[in-house]
Design a protein around this ligand. Structure first.
Ligand code: ATP
Length: 587
C-alpha cells in the first residue's frame, strides 16, 4: 500500500485569522496628538508676541484672544487624544485577543500542547492588553517627536544662537532613549515569560486543589507556584531601574539644556537682539525641544507591546487543519478505513494502523493498555488530527478532502470530560453543527440516561449549567446526549462512558442502538462488557494494531484477558462485570 505524506496542517488564506481594526483609530490618535503638538509649539510664539505688544503699552488687538484660543484648543485636543487613545487600545486589544483565541480554537490540538493553560490565559489577558496598547502608544510616540522638532524650528526662527545650544544637547538625549529601548526589550520579554510561568503553576494548583488538599501538600505547592517570584521581582526591579535611569538622565539633561538656553537668551536680550517676549518664547521652546526625553514612557509601552504581540501571535498562528471540497456520498453506510496510517509525536511512532476497516453500521471497540494509542486512533478516525502518513477514508472519501461542514456533520465525538459551556442544559445538548428541535434534545437526553437527574434540576432542562452541580458521570451523560442529538454516520466515543456505572452504561448502549441515528460506532473502551457488545475489537499495543477480531475470539488470548485484569485463566467472564449485568453482555 502506498504511503502518502500528508500536509498535516497549514496556515493558509482560509485560516480563520480575522483582521485588526485597521489604521483608522491609530490615525485619529496621531492626528489629535500632532494637532495638540502643533498648538503647543505655536503657543510660546503667540504668547511672547502678545506680551511684547502689551509691554509696549499699545493695544494687543486680537492676540490675547488668539492666545486664549490656543490654550482652549490644547485642552480640547488633549481630551480628544485621551478619548481616541482609549478607543484605539480597546479596539486593538479586543481584536488581538479574539484573533489569538480563534487561532487557538481552530488550531490542531497537539500544536497547542506546549502552551499550558496558565500561559494561554496570560497571553490572552495581560499580553493582549499590552499588545493592544502599542498602536496608540506608537502614534503618541510619533507625535511626541513633533513637539521637540517644531520647537527646534521655532527657536531657530526666533534666535539661531539659542537654537544651536539646544541642538548641541539633543544627541545626549537621543543616546539615553536608545539605551533605554535596547535594555528594556530583553527585560520585558523575560518578565512576560516568568509572569506566564507563575500563572500556569497557579492554574495547575487550582485544578488539582482536591488532590493537594488530600495529600496535604499545600505548603509545598505554594512554594512551587511562587518559586519564580524572586526572578519576576528581580526582572520587574530591573525594568524600573532602567526606566528610572532614563528619566533621571533626561531629568538632569532637560533642566541643564533649558538653563543654558535661558542663559544665552538672557545675553542676547541684554545685547538687544531679543525682546522680553522672545526670551519667554525661546525658554519655553528649549524646554519643549528637550522634552524628547519624556518619550521614554511611550517608548517603554511600544517595546512592551511588541514583545506581548509576539506572544499572542504564537497562538494566532497555530497551524489549522485544511479542509477539502468534497461531500460524503448520500446514504453511505459509514464504512471507515485506515490505510497505512502513522502518527508520530516527538519522533516516536504513537500509532501505526494499516488496513483497519470498520464496516458501516457496525461497532468497533478500541482497547489497549494506557498509552497504547487509543485516543490517537480515535482522533485520527474523526480527523481531529491528520496522520503524518497514510489516509483515513469514510465511505471511500479521504477525510482531508471533505469540507468542514461535511466532516463535522458526518462524524460526531463524545469525550470523557465534555466541555459544555455556560448555557442551559437544553442549549448545551442542542449546540452543534446542525439545528436540533426541543423534542430531539429530550430524546437524546433520555437515550444518554440523563433525563432522571435533569428533571431533578431546579429548572429542569432550562437550568443554566453553572447553577447545575453535576457529577463527572452526569456531565459525561450530557456530553453523550449532545453527541447523540447530532450523531453523524460515524460516532466516535473516546472513553465517553467511563464515569457511568455498569448498569447505566448498559442502558445507554441499548438506547444508542434503538433511539440514536444508526451508523458506525468507534468506542474507546476499558471495560470488557463494552468490547463484548462490539462487533469487533481493535486491540492496540504500543501504538501498533495487534489484532482486529471479535471479543470472544480475542478472549482466548491470555495477554488480551490481562488487559481487563482477568488473569491468565481462560474464564470468559470478565470479573468486574460479573453479577451486575444481564447474561447476554458477557463475553
Ligand atoms: N501531542 C502529543 N505529543 C506527544 N505525545 C503524545 C501526544 N499525543 C499523544 N501522545 C503520546 O501517544 C501515546 C498514546 O496516547 P493516547 O492518548 O492515545 O493513549 P491511550 O491509549 O488513549 O491512553 P489512556 O487509556 O491512558 O487514555 C502516549 O504515549 C502519549 O504520551
Amino acid at each position: 500500500m502506498t504511503k502518502t505524506r500528508l500536509p498535516s496542517a497549514h496556515v493558509g488564506p482560509d485560516a480563520p485569522r480575522g483582521s485588526g481594526p485597521g489604521q483608522a483609530p491609530e490615525l485619529l490618535v496621531l492626528l489629535c496628538s500632532v494637532a495638540s503638538a502643533a498648538v503647543t509649539v505655536a503657543q510660546p510664539l503667540v504668547l511672547g508676541h502678545t506680551l511684547d505688544l502689551l509691554l509696549r503699552g499699545g493695544g494687543a488687538g486680537h492676540w490675547p484672544a488668539l492666545s486664549a484660543g490656543l490654550l482652549i484648543g490644547e485642552v480640547l485636543l488633549d481630551g480628544l487624544t485621551a478619548l481616541f487613545t482609549g478607543r484605539c487600545t480597546a479596539a486593538w486589544t479586543a481584536s488581538i485577543r479574539s484573533r489569538a483565541l480563534t487561532g487557538l480554537l481552530h488550531g490542531v490540538p497537539h500544536h497547542a500542547r506546549p502552551y499550558s493553560p496558565g500561559d494561554i490565559a496570560t497571553r490572552l489577558t495581560l499580553n493582549a492588553a499590552d499588545a493592544g496598547g502599542a498602536p496608540a502608544a506608537r502614534a503618541a510616540l510619533a507625535a511626541s517627536l513633533v513637539t521637540p522638532a517644531g520647537a527646534l524650528v521655532a527657536v531657530a526662527f526666533v534666535d539661531l544662537w539659542v537654537a544651536a545650544c539646544v541642538v548641541a544637547g539633543l544627541p545626549a538625549l537621543a543616546l539615553v532613549l536608545r539605551a533605554f529601548a535596547r535594555d528594556t526589550g530583553a527585560s520585558v520579554a523575560a518578565y512576560q515569560r516568568v509572569q506566564a510561568q507563575i500563572a500556569s503553576r497557579l492554574l495547575e494548583a487550582v485544578h488539582g486543589a482536591v488532590t493537594i488538599a488530600a495529600a496535604g501538600t499545600g505548603p509545598r505547592e505554594r512554594e512551587r507556584v511562587l518559586a519564580p517570584l524572586p526572578e519576576l521581582g528581580a526582572l520587574g526591579g530591573r525594568m524600573w531601574v532602567l526606566h528610572g535611569r532614563a528619566l533621571a538622565r533626561s531629568g538632569v539633561l532637560v533642566p541643564l539644556l533649558t538653563l543654558a538656553a535661558t542663559g544665552i537668551g538672557g545675553v542676547r536680550l541684554a545685547s538687544g537682539s531679543l525682546s522680553v517676549g522672545d526670551l519667554l518664547a525661546v525658554c519655553r521652546y528649549a524646554q519643549l525641544a528637550a522634552g524628547v526625553g519624556g518619550a521614554a514612557t511611550l517608548l517603554g509601552a511600544v517595546v512592551r507591546g511588541r514583545r506581548a504581540r509576539e506572544r499572542t501571535l504564537a497562538l494566532e498562528r497555530l497551524p489549522v487543519l485544511a479542509y477539502g471540497t468534497r461531500c460524503l456520498p448520500v446514504d453511505g453506510p459509514g464504512d471507515l478505513e485506515l490505510r497505512g496510517v502513522r502518527v508520530l509525536r516527538d519522533g516516536r511512532e504513537v500509532l501505526h494502523a494499516d488496513g483497519v476497516r470498520v464496516p458501516g453500521g457496525t461497532t468497533a471497540a478500541v482497547v489497549g493498555r494506557s498509552g497504547a494509542g487509543k485516543s490517537v486512533l480515535a482522533a485520527v478516525a474523526g480527523r481531529l488530527i491528520d496522520p503524518d502518513e497514510g489516509q483515513v477514508l469514510l465511505d471511500g472519501v479521504r477525510l482531508d478532502q471533505l469540507t468542514r461542514g461535511a466532516l463535522r456533520t458526518g462524524i460526531t465525538f463524545a469525550f470523557e470530560r465534555p466541555v459544555l459551556g455556560e448555557g442551559t442544559v437544553a442549549e448545551a445538548v442542542a449546540a452543534g453543527p446542525r439545528c436540533v428541535s426541543p423534542e430531539e434534545v429530550r430524546q437524546a437526553v433520555r437515550a444518554a440516561g440523563a433525563d432522571g437527574f435533569v428533571r431533578r434540576l431546579p429548572r429542569g432542562e432550562d437550568t443554566p449549567l453553572p447553577q447545575a452541580p453535576l457529577s463527572g458521570g452526569e456531565l459525561q451523560r450530557l456530553g453523550l446526549a449532545r453527541a447523540f442529538a447530532h450523531a453523524g454516520r460515524l460516532l466516535v466515543m473516546d472513553d465517553a462512558t467511563s464515569g457511568l456505572d455498569t448498569a447505566t452504561e448498559y442502558e445507554v448502549s441499548l438506547a444508542l442502538r434503538r433511539s440514536v441515528r444508526p451508523g458506525t460506532r468507534l468506542v474507546v473502551a476499558h471495560r470488557p462488557s463494552v468490547a463484548a457488545r462490539a462487533d469487533q475489537v481493535i486491540w492496540l499495543e504500543d501504538g501498533q494494531v495487534r489484532a482486529v477480531a471479535p471479543h470472544r475470539e480475542l478472549w482466548k488470548d491470555a495477554r488480551y484477558r490481562t488487559l481487563f485484569g482477568a488473569g491468565d485463566d481462560s474464564d470468559p467472564s470478565p470479573r468486574q462485570d460479573r453479577g451486575s449485568l444481564p447474561e447476554r453482555v458477557r463475553p
